[in-house]
Design a protein around this ligand. Structure first.
Ligand SMILES: [Zn+2]
Length: 215
């Protein structure tokens, strides 16, 4: 797998600091599992964060607070990690899908050649995660985003004005960028997409269709 499109620094820093939303964190973790370049950038980001923490002034805590903290650590049950079968999928996505593989997904047809599956998120989560399956030769209407959109290509490929996106590549887009991806692979293109807000389609007709397409 040759990865040419990577996570941007702001996304990696937010992930390292634990401030990224759940959906974006899953896409970042999935890309990291495939990409040694971004893994080494993440280690650099984490060491910057560690340096910032170490430079903070120490704060005194009472004996009662210290004892209560240590006691709660002792009382915490050891977490059992049950291995999740993940087959062809990055483990972060496989966990979010409860161990399902792509062939188990119950796709919802949204438009000719476009199907979608909402990956369940914890209650109250502000970010959305979906799998999108787009048929070969299909064009999605030109659209912008109401917030950060992060897309990981899982199968197939598409091209837009930023180049060709193949398995493992991420499109890390902020709210201002508009793009019109065209699927150029012989097979369907399957992507994992994290969004902060519903996608905004540009053309009137596409906007009109948005409640039905739902992406
Ligand atoms: Zn990368």
């Amino acid at each position: 797998m040759t990865i040419t499109h990577h996570l941007d620094d702001a996304t990696l820093l937010a992930f390292a600091a634990g401030t990224a939303g759940e959906a974006h964190s899953i896409v970042v973790a999935a890309h990291l599992s495939l990409c040694p370049t971004c893994r080494s950038k993440l280690r650099a980001a984490e060491s910057i964060g560690g340096g910032l923490l170490a430079s903070q002034a120490e704060a005194a805590v009472s004996d009662v607070c210290r004892a209560a903290t240590l006691a709660s650590l002792d009382a915490a049950p050891a977490k059992k990690h049950t291995p999740v079968p993940h087959g062809e999928l990055p483990i972060a996505l496989s966990r979010a899908l409860g161990g399902k593989s792509l062939s188990d997904i119950k796709w919802h047809k949204k438009a000719p050649g476009v199907a979608m599956f909402d990956v369940p998120m914890p209650k109250g989560e502000r970010t959305h995660l979906k799998l999108l399956r787009i048929g070969t030769g299909r064009t999605l209407p030109e659209h912008g985003h109401g917030g950060e959109e992060l897309t990981l290509i899982l199968k197939g490929s598409y091209s837009d004005h930023m180049g060709k996106f193949s398995p493992g590549d991420v499109a890390d887009l902020d709210g201002d960028i508009e793009h019109q991806p065209i699927v150029d692979s012989a097979e369907d293109c399957i992507c994992l997409v994290a969004t902060e807000a519903p996608t905004k389609f540009k053309s009137f007709w596409a906007r009109l269709a948005q409640p039905f397409v739902g992406i």
